[in-house]
Design a protein. Sequence first.
Length: 351
Amino acid sequence: MEEVWERISDAGVRVLRIPTPFQVGRVNTYLLDDEPLTLIDSGPNSGKALDELERQLGALGHAIEDLELVIITHQHIDHLGLVDIVAKRSGAEVAALDRLAPFVENFGADAERDDEEAASLMLRHGISEDVVRALRQVTGSFRAWGSRAEVTLPLRDGELIELRDRRLEVQHRPGHSPSDTLFWDPDRRLLIAADHLIKHISSNPLISRPLDGSAERTQALVTYLESLKRTRELPAEIVLSGHGEPITDHVALIDERFRLHQRRAEKLYGLIAEKPRTGHELAQALWSDVAVTQAFLTLSEVIGHVDLLVNAGRVREIDDGTVLRYEAISDTPADQLGDLIPGGNPAATRG
Ligand SMILES: [Zn+2]
């Protein structure tokens, strides 16, 4: 791993690990020692995070005021919370995917609408009103760790950002969030992937409102797996994530993720084949000991995998007017469902 870090720092990339109040622990932000001097992500909006950012920049011989460009990888508050403060203090440009810019600029209102949507989704999938109400208070209080910011440099998918020492290709790869954006350095075969791919945890395909404001629920896991297939094709040598350590074999890791999602979908199918169940009942059956605060997250996981089963014609949704339940429409045993990840590497999903 030491050799990998050496290559990363030879590439003029430094990691700053900023504390967050969330279960995921520290968030990785990256300093590109280049022209313009660039920070990728910022950490959450807290005094502690700001102090750490200043201290770690200082250790590298820089101050917040030196920053000239801040790039946002996606819409989650542990990544974008400090962008506004950093941009105001430094005068740095703020770059984000064009489709993400309105969300960042209307952060408070959009996050509120996300929470409303999440609440009605949770009720539809059988989570009780008490729990939904309690969760809304929690997410409402989390919002202070985010902040709105002005996006001065909207980025197009596929665009090349030219810095003095490098080119970065902008790659929109939604799934973990609708705005996940990767930055690919083709010359160094280095990919900055944020939460799209994380070594020690599988990225949650969180159900979110589409960025275009449409009301339709997107299939977050299906979208995510499509994105992963594209990342698998990249000849990357090092992948830098939003949390945890660098990845040096992204193909093996992505194949492992395909297997995980295949197995999880099979497990859910087994539970649904026993008897029709709501999304919440399925989440409880899989993760009975998970804290109430994780209810939306586990529900997102369940719905994402059931989408795979629905798309494969194995399960259907039944609506009793209040809640949705899933019912099996196939008598195939769970371990004989075949490849539920269409176009996924067949060798990867088996086993
Ligand atoms: Zn995230």
